[in-house]
Design a protein around this ligand. Structure first.
Ligand code: HPA
Length: 271
């Protein structure tokens, strides 16, 4: 039995029977499970072959339950390259959720605003991305067993779901930007020169996650959408010091908007 089969068997035995939608919650965005009728939950460090959670502000739990009439599996906290995990570790949960049977994936993250028309506390639908991580979760020997090696990335974010999110935002008077997310490894934040560079290359937001998960979702032909919660403004000409706590506080402030978008999207989806 492969690692993936062992992990999936373990989760099925614990009640993760037939999830239709997978959700990854980013930094400071842990409240969606409060809205879920929880049927099963398990800490990452109990799941065989799962990377173990290290960053303390991540609760590190996989949750299964009913949300808006759908069966969902939620990652409360994710794995980052900056924690020392590799590309295969940080995308392992996407492969697991896929094997559990999800048909769609919803991703969220906290990010800095490079586009200065965007303000902290705003949210941004990710329309496209730039991978600055210096690697790929598909660069390993057996990759073609699960999908294409040379994965097409001409439209990595599902158009239909993205349009639905935009319509939901409009309907609920939620200001929603749309833009390009650049992923960096971190964990240090960027210098003024790096923020300037990110702007020049066309990024609207910058963060330390998401892109590996999106690449693997595309490899698995799993439709995916992603939303960034903007936690700080990255103005190279007037750069304010940020600390992790202010990022978490800003995530929490913007979180209700993200929850609204995800809940209405889930209600609306046919799976
Ligand atoms: N840079 C990188 N990652 C981030 C930032 C940032 O400014 N804000 C939140 N995550």
């Amino acid at each position: 039995m492969t690692y993936i089969e062992q992990t999936v068997d373990y989760l099925r035995e614990r009640g993760f029977e037939s999830p239709e939608i997978g959700i990854i919650l980013g930094t400071g965005l842990g409240k969606l499970p409060d809205e879920v009728e929880i049927l099963a939950e398990v800490s990452y460090n109990h799941i065989p072959h799962f990377p173990t959670a290290t960053v303390e502000f991540h609760k590190g739990k996989l949750i299964y339950g009913n949300l808006e009439g759908k069966k969902v599996v939620i990652m409360q906290g994710r794995f980052h390259l900056y924690e020392g995990y590799d590309f295969l570790d940080v995308t392992y949960p996407v492969r697991i959720m896929n094997r559990l049977g999800i048909k769609k994936l919803l991703v969220s993250n906290a990010a800095g605003a490079i586009n200065l028309d965007f303000k902290k506390g705003d949210i941004m639908l990710i329309d496209d991305h730039i991978n600055l991580l210096g690697g790929s979760p598909l660069a390993f020997k057996g990759v073609s067993k699960t999908g294409d090696r040379f994965v097409d990335m001409s439209c990595p974010y599902d158009k239909k779901m993205s349009e639905k999110i935009e319509a939901i935002a409009k309907r609920n008077d939620i200001a929603l930007h749309k833009g390009i997310y650049a992923s960096v490894k971190g964990p240090q934040l960027e210098t003024r020169a790096e923020y300037r560079y990110l702007k020049i290359i066309g990024a609207d937001a910058v963060g330390m996650s998401t892109v590996p998960e999106i690449i693997v979702a595309n490899h698995l032909k799993l439709p995916v959408v992603a939303v960034s919660v903007l936690t700080d403004e990255c103005d190279p000409d007037d750069l304010q010091e940020v600390d992790v706590q202010s990022i978490l506080d800003m995530s929490a402030k913007a979180e209700p908007k993200m929850i609204k978008l995800f809940k209405e999207l889930i209600a609306d989806l046919e799976v």
